[in-house]
Design a protein around this ligand. Structure first.
Ligand code: F0G
Length: 461
């Protein structure tokens, strides 16, 4: 029963937040070109832009910082991290990186080739960017239910569609597929989990054609918790037993430790393949730092060694996923269209169904981001027409994405359920007044369309 347990921690230090007026926020929005990425964080009351690098560290993590061994090579802190990672991943070779995208870069350089295809459930931006720069084609093959926010309950909407995968292999030839990347949980469609059965079957199919499997494990513990809660046969397994089995089906894992690692910076490249590890070491030396620190300070390695273990604690994971679920239920009570079931790290609101009068070409989810900030100082992020819109390479015409969402990302151990109430009440108010809102016009975008949401500028219509 949820009402019999709450946060499995108490708050020992607080960060006061600046309170602003609606007029001030309107001014801030204007100055930011109506782009939440361009707001100053101090002008934000509840920051739900991302769950990345925003976790509150525990007293054990803070004290571990002081043990940081800042030696260039072979520091003590590395060996603590290595042990903690081996315990959770069940793989022997650990290369730290400064954050997830650096591990993506190393992984792309090792596994991807120009003109070849990289299959994924839904590839994350930073892998996609790395792949595209190399001339590899990233292909998203999540199950259809995962692309339809109105498709109702499915326990594992992050699953990769085996039929789509087989079809691409048949069409292009297995030698043209360089890697399969399973992102757990699947960030692109709502932090939706991938089942163990799916990971096992994808891995078996890839193995049949000698295609290596990589797991993007930024949210490995949340995925494992959903497996424990939802998948037959895993109820009595511990989170670490589940993570160990998950990674037994891949050759390599990348991780942005800024999520389930419960730290503010860091990444990992973990593998069972000695040759791949040797290549990763070379690349780390050139781009990140010596192999035992990989762009991280010794103190950061210490905090991560502890944070990974805390991230796998079942009481923490119960609280974590229930807080996200709580917000989702509050929104549903108000009739607000969200992606169901709620995933691991946030609630995703369907912008098109929220504002049926605003066409996708007028950025309904972006409009909702602005409304939410304007009314309550809550910062969410658009994952829709701006972030995923493309241009037809021949005609330059806009191609709008299937998913048109606003992501409300919940930082780990940072906000209380009363903050969730503020978000829900504000969205409820906006929803009641949804007819009064009009769309937006994109007036500035940078040269690379897939990165335009970070710097775009808008005007209200
Ligand atoms: N992989 C996934 C699945 C991610 O969600 C992220 C980052 C990365 C890789 C890159 O890691 O930021 O440490 O370099 N996601 C953040 C987000 C930025 O807001 O979803 P990084």
């Amino acid at each position: 029963m949820r009402f019999m347990t709450a946060e499995p921690f108490r708050i020992k230090m607080v960060e006061p937040l600046k309170m602003t007026t609606k007029e001030q926020r309107q001014q801030c929005l204007k100055e930011a070109g109506y782009n939440a990425f361009r707001l100053r964080a101090e002008d934000v009351y509840i920051d739900c832009l991302t769950d990345s690098g925003t976790s509150a560290m525990s007293n054990k993590q803070w004290s571990a910082l002081l043990l940081g061994d800042e030696s260039y090579a072979g520091c003590k802190s590395f060996y603590k991290l290595e042990k903690s990672v081996q315990d959770i991943f069940g793989m022997p070779y650990v290369q730290p990186t400064h954050q997830g995208r650096a591990a993506d870069y190393i992984m792309t350089q090792i596994y991807c080739k120009p003109g070849m295809y990289a299959i994924g459930n839904l590839h994350f931006d930073t892998f996609r960017g790395n792949a595209e720069m190399l001339g590899t084609f990233p292909v998203d093959q999540v199950i259809d239910e995962g692309l339809d926010s109105a498709s109702g309950y499915h326990p594992f909407k992050g699953n990769l569609d085996l039929n789509k995968m087989q079809k691409l292999i048949d069409e292009k030839g297995a030698e043209k597929i360089c890697v399969v990347i399973i992102t757990v949980t699947c960030n692109g469609n709502g932090g939706q989990p991938v089942s163990m059965k799916n990971i096992r079957e994808v891995s078996a199919l890839a193995k049949k054609y000698n295609i290596p499997v990589v797991i993007d494990s930024a949210r490995l513990a949340e995925n494992a918790y959903f497996i424990q809660q939802r998948e037959e046969g895993y109820q009595n397994k511990s989170i670490k037993e589940i993570t160990n089995e998950m990674f037994s089906y891949c050759e390599t894992a990348t991780m942005s430790s800024k999520k389930d690692g419960l730290v503010n910076i860091g990444g990992l490249f973990v593998t069972r393949n000695k040759d791949v590890f040797a290549q990763a070491n070379q690349m780390a030396i050139v781009h990140e730092g010596f192999i035992t620190y990989g762009g991280m300070a010794g103190r950061d390695l210490e905090a991560l060694a502890v944070g990974l273990q805390e991230g796998c604690d079942e009481h923490y994971l119960k609280y974590r996923t229930e807080q996200v679920h709580y917000l989702g239920e509050k929104l549903k009570e108000k009739g607000i269209p969200i992606v169901e079931p709620t995933g691991g790290h946030g609630v995703y609101v369907d912008g098109r169904r929220f504002f049926p009068n605003i066409p996708q070409s007028e950025f309904p989810s972006q409009r909702l981001v602005c409304a939410l900030y304007e009314e309550a100082g809550v910062r969410a992020v658009e994952l829709g027409a701006c972030a995923f819109g493309k241009k037809d390479p021949k005609t330059g015409a806009d191609i709008w994405p299937e998913l048109e969402l606003m992501r409300i990302c919940i930082s780990r151990r940072v906000y209380t359920d009363r903050h969730m109430d503020v978000i829900a009440n504000t969205l409820g108010y906006i929803y009641e007044n949804r007819d009064k809102y009009t769309g937006m016009k994109l007036v500035y975008e940078g040269p690379i369309t897939s990165l335009r949401h970070f710097t775009a500028g808008f005007e209200m219509l």
